[in-house]
Design a protein. Structure first.
Length: 109
């Protein structure tokens, strides 16, 4: 499934390099969702793991501080793994495109 939206980095990007020299990162990212609860509209985060590879990962890592607003487009996947004997599922967004959200200027909101 393809997804597109704006959100914020949950932590600083830590750029890594694979054994064959390809750059990549995996970090937390929150989309904001507006939901009506008890008659009131509230903003709630939807947390995903954001992954990027290659040149894109390198470029984005220069601006990747916690709280940075980004526009992201990519494929949503469900990742399953075992942790402490329990099966865990998490949403992963593998980015096709990432850009800075400059709606609030260069201070990034």
């Amino acid at each position: 499934m393809h997804a597109y939206g704006t959100g914020r980095l949950g932590k600083d990007i830590e750029l890594k390099v694979s054994g064959n020299g390809n750059a990549w990162f995996s970090t937390s990212f929150a989309f904001n969702s507006r939901v009506k609860r008890d008659g009131e509209w509230k903003t709630e985060p939807i947390w995903v793991t954001l992954k990027a590879f290659g040149d894109q990962a390198e470029h984005v890592s220069h601006y990747g501080a916690k709280g940075t607003r980004l526009l992201v487009s990519g494929e949503i996947q469900m990742d399953k793994y075992e942790k402490d004997g329990q099966e865990v599922e998490r949403l992963v967004l593998v980015a096709d495109e990432i850009g800075l959200d400059l709606r609030f200027g260069l201070d990034n909101g």
